[in-house]
Design a protein around this ligand. Structure first.
Ligand code: URP
Ligand code: ZN
Ligand code: ZN
Length: 463
């Protein structure tokens, strides 16, 4: 199978240029002006961008959570990814009590078997930190191809600071990366108790119960553990100006704290929780949406380099029957999470690039090249010879209005309903095979279910 993409504008992290791209048998084989090669498929990309496929390193596919499960499985989740220009997914794999990390990985890989439409990898989430599990970290980094480890400072399955320190020590030795959901659980518990006494249980109080200071404190504490151990950490779904300040403060002192944010924290704010008819429940996620001040600060962090990755935290639950049933009388029971894998690239282009908040090149960095580097995806993330032909031919002029019925995610709403996009994927390739294409109205999936492979990742090499 071969494809020739002719005359598009290839975008890198440092610039752009017009050239042809020829891909054969999974790989980018040559790049140049007027390539004289015959291919099975030729695409005229004149006036379009040729981007590396986006990488989403924060998804919760089929994750059991809060008495239910995140609704996209590997089939619907990766079809949605493909239709949004996401060609690699790094999904969280929550270790169960008594499991080894390897058992957890084999279990989640079996869920993906025959279902993934694009390539995927896994981050083990350490939830049962027995001594033998901490010892297994070395193997996970060097043998299993999963060098990043998620820990939670909140939820019932959180780990304590001692576990964080042990993991930081182990990952430092072998080139791993600890990823942390940073919120202070005691602040949240205290706020929950106060709000409960006052009968304040509507969706809006979800935001009140998790103030910016809860993130600020947890980021600051995690950064101190990094200072102590000389290791490195990656803060997932950074949401607040105060949290960002702590990231920046650490980085300014040479402490290796990396950060990811998500479109929801860049584009939506806490007013959404006040939407009528319980619609505020659609935005119940943790950390919660903040104010515009935080969003503006996060755009600044992305532009300036203190935030290195944009991911989705894709964790969909239906509004009808899940969000509106479980939590009708109490925000604490609303399943936390929202859909987003399919809208990542279009939102970052329209809201980031077209509105002048970040350059096109920076978008490529935070969605692809920098993400690949952060997570050891050595064959992904760039349009250069030798890399996997994970390519998005992107039409920067294509208009699209986001509506749930034009998306593929297995959920009954999108937080971005009605938003007008400028720029959409025209054709999406996963290892040289077309997996999605613009059909005049929306993206259509044209790939092969089960072709997506588990990708072994490399240890962290520094940034
Ligand atoms: O609300 C969220 N973010 N749900 C998914 C789990 C997590 O904390 O990332
Ligand atoms: Zn989280
Ligand atoms: Zn998450």
């Amino acid at each position: 199978m071969s494809v020739l993409i002719k005359g598009g504008t290839i975008v890198t992290t440092t610039g752009r240029y017009v050239a042809d791209v020829y891909a054969e048998d999974d790989k980018i084989k040559s790049i140049g002006k007027n390539l004289a090669v015959e291919a099975d498929e030729t695409v005229d990309a004149g006036g379009k961008y040729v981007l590396p496929g986006a990488i989403d390193p924060h998804t919760h596919i089929s994750m059991p959570f809060m008495g239910t499960s995140a609704q996209d499985d590997y089939e619907t989740g990766t079809i949605s990814a493909a239709c949004g220009g996401v060609t690699t997914v790094v999904d969280f794999d929550l270790q169960q009590k008594g499991e080894s990390l390897l058992e957890a990985l084999e279990r989640k890989k079996s869920w993906a078997e025959g279902k993934a439409a694009v390539d995927f990898s896994l981050h083990p989430a350490v939830m049962d930190p027995r001594p033998e599990v901490i010892e297994e970290v070395k193997k996970a980094i060097l043998d299993y191809g999963t060098p990043s480890f998620k820990i939670f400072m909140v939820y019932d399955f959180r780990v304590d600071d001692a576990t964080m320190i042990k993991l930081l020590e182990e990952t430092k030795k072998y080139g791993g990366l600890v990823q942390v959901h940073a919120e202070n659980v005691y602040i949240i518990q205290h706020m929950n108790e106060m709000l409960e006494k006052e009968g304040k249980l509507a969706p809006y109080y979800h935001a009140v119960s998790r103030p910016n200071i809860a993130e600020e404190e947890a980021v600051s504490r995690a950064a101190k553990m990094v200072e102590l151990t000389g290791s490195r950490i990656y803060i997932v779904h950074l949401s607040s100006k105060e949290g960002l300040f702590k990231v920046k403060e650490a980085r300014d002192h040479g402490i290796e704290v990396f950060a990811e944010t998500c479109p929801q924290y860049l584009l939506l704010n806490e007013d959404r929780y006040k939407e009528a008819d319980f619609n505020g429940a659609k935005y119940v996620m943790s950390p919660p949406l903040r104010t515009e001040e935080s969003s503006e600060a996060l755009w600044g962090g992305l532009k300036g380099g203190d935030v290195q990755v944009v991911a989705t935290d894709h964790c969909p639950f239906d509004f009808h029957g899940k969000k509106d049933m479980f939590g009708k009388d109490d925000y604490k029971k609303i399943p936390n999470g929202a859909p987003g894998i399919e809208t990542l690239l279009m939102l970052m282009h329209t809201e980031g690039v077209v509105k002048g908040r970040i350059s096109l090149e920076r978008m490529v960095d935070v969605l692809s090249t920098g993400t690949a580097r952060m997570f050891g995806l050595k064959d992904k993330g760039e349009i250069i010879v030798g890399k996997d032909a994970d390519i998005v031919v992107f039409d920067p002029e294509q208009a699209f209005t986001i509506t749930q019925d034009k998306l593929h995610m297995n959920v009954d709403y999108t937080p971005y309903e009605g938003m007008k996009m400028t720029g959409m994927p025209h054709a999406v390739y996963s290892r040289g095979k077309r997996v999605a294409e613009w059909n005049g109205e929306q993206l259509a999936f044209v790939g092969e279910i089960g072709r997506g492979r588990f990708v072994k990742r490399e240890p962290f090499e520094g940034f």
